[in-house]
Design a protein around this ligand. Structure first.
Ligand SMILES: [Zn+2]
Length: 133
């Protein structure tokens, strides 16, 4: 997955300047934040969640739910907002979720979510910003 596949592409040094260390670790280095670490876990207002790197709208608050995982969870992304790749790290087969515009790592999607999709988009709050409606 080369960065050049994405509409927004910057060298690491530039992302590093633009992002906080935790945002950079998650978005650009496939890091995972500590469960319960993000204030966005408790965010219940109506609004949208944006990519912290390129400010693309990724999720609507209407699809957010409390999964109990300690990470902000959604049952569906906005149309075309994210892409997925297979992730075989840590000896597991998981589906990695990234921003479709900049390729920033967001989290993983699991097939144990609620209706209507049955999917659980388990996101790092550090990869997201929230704007109330
Ligand atoms: Zn992005």
């Amino acid at each position: 997955m080369a960065d050049s596949e994405f509409e927004v592409s910057k060298p690491d040094a530039e992302w590093q300047r633009a992002l906080t260390p935790e945002q950079f670790r998650v978005l650009r280095q496939h890091g995972t934040e500590r469960p319960g670490a993000s204030p966005l876990n408790a965010e219940k207002r109506a609004g949208q969640f944006f990519c912290a790197a390129c400010e693309t709208a990724l999720f609507d608050s209407s699809t957010k739910y409390e999964s109990g995982s300690g990470w902000p969870s959604f049952y569906a992304p906005l149309e075309g907002a994210v892409g997925t790749t297979e992730d075989r790290s840590l000896g597991m087969r998981r589906v990695e979720v990234h921003c479709a515009r900049c390729g920033g790592h967001l989290g993983h999607v699991f097939p144990d979510g609620p209706r209507p999709t049955g999917e659980r988009y388990c996101m790092n709050g550090a990869a997201l910003t929230f704007k109330p409606a």
